[in-house]
Design a protein around this ligand. Sequence first.
Ligand code: ZN
Length: 463
Amino acid sequence: MQPAAKATALLPECVYRDGAFETGLAVVLDAASGCIAAVAPVAQLGDDVARVRLADRALLPGFVNTHSHAFQRLIRGRTQWKPAHQPDADFWSWRSAMYDAALRLSPDDVYESARFCFLEMLRAGYTSVGEFHYLQRAPEGDPYEEPNLLARRVIEAARAVGIRICLLDVAYACGGIATPLAPEQRRFATPDLDAFLEGLDGLTRSLRHEPLVTFGVAPHSVRAVPREWLQPLHHWASQRDAAFHIHVAEQPAEVEACQVAYGLRPVELLAAEGVVDARLAAVHATHLAPNEVALLGEAAATIVACPTTERDLGDGILPAAALLAAGAFIAVGSDSQTIIDPFEEIRLLEYHERLRTLRRIVLHGQRIAPTLLDAGTRCGAHALRIDAGRIAAGALADLVAIDLRHRALAGSDLDVLPEHLALCGARDLVCDVWVHGVHRVRDGVHHDEHAIIQSFRNLSGAT
Ligand SMILES: [Zn+2]
């Protein structure tokens, strides 16, 4: 009989918890559960624990990418500028370019683009991704023989890389409010709500033993589903304690259309349908009226900000200070994959507010770093309904190590390290990544990255 494997204790220079870095701590991993067994002073470790010294490393909870469309990585660099023949460039022209890309992809292309995108996330320090999955059908708009084929390929891609995934299955029924889908939206179609939920239940059941895979549900937006669908979708999530996400008020045109159709702004509509609660993750929310901020705050809902995408698409600026003051939580996502860097997403929450208010230190006073780091970690985990984003006994062992010898940290010290990372950090500082207790990125390298990058280059050249 094999002897039981020893538990492993990570011994970094310092550990981030409760808003500060502490020295002298060991983080003990439980290989069987993929969780953190204990966080304890090194001096208290027993002899039965294997010690892994992480010299010059600071340990943080892994970042949570709460909103992603992995296939959009393919259009990075191709849509950030305006070709001469295009008279106007705005969110809607970007959307056309994105649709063009979506229409071309085979199931293998979906897999390859997602696998590469997830690799880039993992290398940047994201240990979980909420994949807002709406590419469902074959290029001509017919369902695949296995209707969840593309969702399965995306999940396979996450497994291949070793990132945790919450597959947010998207219901997408209309091209605009009470408007049929446009031909270029045919791959997103959800013609029947009951069939959609049955399919999602089947997918959930078939993958229930996968430790890195969970599911949530996502009406695409108030534009893309009838209001009568909001309650049953939310009910599905509530019954299973699953995530419930929706794009909200990303553009003024969406707010206006909602007001014309229903006499309500988007968050007012969600509230009227009874789905504004602590489970709600409202993506973008860049165009809110004060009463909508109050509704989200009173419900302790989460807003998923995607500032690198929002600035690229000209979406506007999240009213982050008002939302936090009202009681809402803020998480972040890489969304269109323009940039994949959790440090940049979190610091823009503050810096965009500075540009808007012409003031400095806008979010939560002098100790701003814990607010921003929470947005990148525990608030995203809450929105995905996973127990990650914190270094504590019982939480999932999803961790990143920062290289304290990196030149960008020269001159820093532990007292200001949270601020240095949250306001001035970048993905290059991440040197090691663990997901579910497994060491996936070691000294800046993922074991399979060369093959994955080459496959993506081949795909990118071909599409
Ligand atoms: Zn999105």
